[in-house]
Design a protein around this ligand. Structure first.
Ligand SMILES: Nc1nc2c(ncn2[C@@H]2O[C@H](COP(=O)(O)OP(=O)(O)OP(=O)(O)O)[C@@H](O)[C@H]2O)c(=O)[nH]1
Ligand SMILES: [Mg+2]
Length: 305
């Protein structure tokens, strides 16, 4: 028998069209859609509606690559929400990953964020992922199709997810298109656990110890090294404005702060914004209950090994 309740996480970079999708699907016109270059959604926002007689909740999330907040902070927010719902036994039915197709080319930042999403999800969840491309009306059909195919054919972009059952579909920004995507995600009858949910439980709430946390730390380290190399290169040149080097130093400082922040994001004991204390409390209670079970599971794994 089909489960009656459907829970779908909507993820993707800032400006991908996540809130617009939720608005199209639910028919709600009061959701805050972004205008201009600044990021819009600042929190994890579940929106519930009814589709084909079933209760469906779409979880809108703040996009990575935010203009105001670091990726570490966003990862912490998403992780806290996922840990909380996991604790309540409310598992996801599927994940909708939105990707704007009007990016000029496959940039490093898109590759980094895609990698981060994969680590958040874990390979076992790929079959529950629908990758929907947005912004088709911003470029020609041929060009958009070519960009989508390129991403599907490369294993370091979506290829590995597709090989494990992820679907790639075009979303043309209409209510019909949104409904057909939600139906596809809702067709599964069993819930799915995300890697980050399992890992947070196993690591006592330390985001930095999850695969996504490690990936983000590695990426930040690589960006800092690149910036340092750039400074070295500039130093060797003549007539370089001091301001140029200072700008790079400021960037390094910002990324180092972000890295530090990531290390400190602990959903159990501290370093987390006050407004999530409620979530923390729930998580502490859940861990107290779940840790013996997790320990047993790990012991079983050792025996199998
Ligand atoms: N052309 C086109 N524009 C879109 C589409 N989806 C969203 N937009 C526009 O893109 C802008 C950003 O959309 P949002 O829905 O706020 O994006 P978001 O992913 O929620 O962004 P954050 O909340 O910052 O993470 C808005 O101006 C939307 O009107 C689409 O499919 N096609
Ligand atoms: Mg939004």
């Amino acid at each position: 028998m089909a489960r009656t309740e459907v829970l779908i996480a909507v993820i993707g970079v800032t400006g991908a069209g996540k809130t617009t999708f939720v608005s199209r699907a639910t028919g709600r016109s009061d959701l805050q859609v972004g205008h201009g270059i600044d990021s819009c959604t600042q929190d994890v926002i579940p929106v519930t509606y009814t589709l084909d007689g079933r209760k469906v909740t779409l979880i809108d999330t703040p996009g990575f690559d935010d203009s105001e907040r670091s990726d570490a902070d966003i990862l912490g927010l998403v992780a806290a929400y996922m840990a909380d719902t996991y604790e309540q036994g409310t598992l996801l039915t599927g994940i909708l990953f939105l990707q704007p197709i009007n990016q000029p080319r496959l940039q490093g930042s898109e590759m980094r964020r895609t990698r981060l999403f994969k680590k958040l999800l874990g390979e076992n969840a790929y079959q529950r992922v629908v990758i929907a491309t947005t912004m088709w009306n911003q470029l020609t059909e041929t060009e958009a199709t070519a960009r989508q195919n390129q991403r599907m054919s490369r294993t370091d972009v979506w290829g590995d997810m597709v090989a494990r059952g992820a679907a790639v579909v075009r979303h043309d920004d209409t209510a019909q298109s949104a409904a057909s995507i939600v139906r596809r995600l809702a067709s599964h009858t069993t819930p799915v656990e995300l890697q980050i949910q399992q890992e947070l439980l196993a690591n006592g709430g330390r985001v930095a110890l999850t695969s996504a946390g490690r990936q983000l730390d590695e990426d930040l380290g690589a960006v800092i090294t690149k910036l340092r190399d750039e400074i070295e290169g500039l130093r060797r040149e003549r007539n370089v404005a001091a301001g140029e080097i200072q700008e790079l130093r400021d960037k390094i400082e910002r990324y180092e702060r972000e890295r530090q922040e990531l290390q400190e994001t602990d959903l159990l004991t501290g370093g987390y914004p006050e407004k999530y204390w409620g979530l923390k409390k729930i998580l502490v209670a859940s861990l107290e209950r779940a840790l013996p079970i997790a320990a047993m599971a790990m012991a079983n794994e050792c025996i199998i090994l």
